[in-house]
Design a protein. Sequence first.
Length: 236
Amino acid sequence: MNLKRYSILPFFIILIYVFVLSCSKMDSTYKDFVKDGEIIYPGKVDSVKAYPGNNRINLSMLLISDPKISKVKMFWNNGTNEESVEKTIQRTSGVDTVWFSINNLAEGTYTFTIYTYDNDGNRSVKTEKIGTVYGDRYISQLVNRAVKSATYVTSIKGAVVKWFGVGSEVVGEEIIYTDSLNVVKKQIEKYASPADSVTTLPAYKKGSSFQYRTLYKPTPVAIDTFYSNVETKQVL
């Protein structure tokens, strides 16, 4: 019995040695990882929204947690400092909204990378938001809404323009015409919905033509309205 107990004793000694050595390595690795102190991550931004425009874009975001946040910085195009904006933050006791406006951007789709910072220079984990910027390429493919009929109506002494259907990006028409007193009028017709299909031009000069162009918004939250080329239409 004693021989068996002594024979397994070296085995347990080796196990204990391996365990202690393993713990020592783990402790060393952890110390190397935090050798400059504990890593602190400020709270990141929340609910980022992008508002596209004509060679520009706006972004909004919320600061919900972490009252120590003192700066928000946003990068695009692979995150170089030449292509970044930052904003100093004065936190309130509630939820704060941060806005960025970026102008003079080339048309295209961008990935925006956003970080928060505290006064000690600690940086949050990143938040990413994809946004689209529109420009000449988008404008070049815009077409005017097709006119079904344009008729002078004697009973109202005006013209009635009826339109064909249109896509959801169309938000209205800009119409320039001459009235019965030879005064040039500009009428902006904003659609409540793309289904709107009739426009009335009051006091229209009988026998004349009008010019028009169609208003577009690529998304409902776009900050700019885009216009097709001007077209002329005769009223019968």
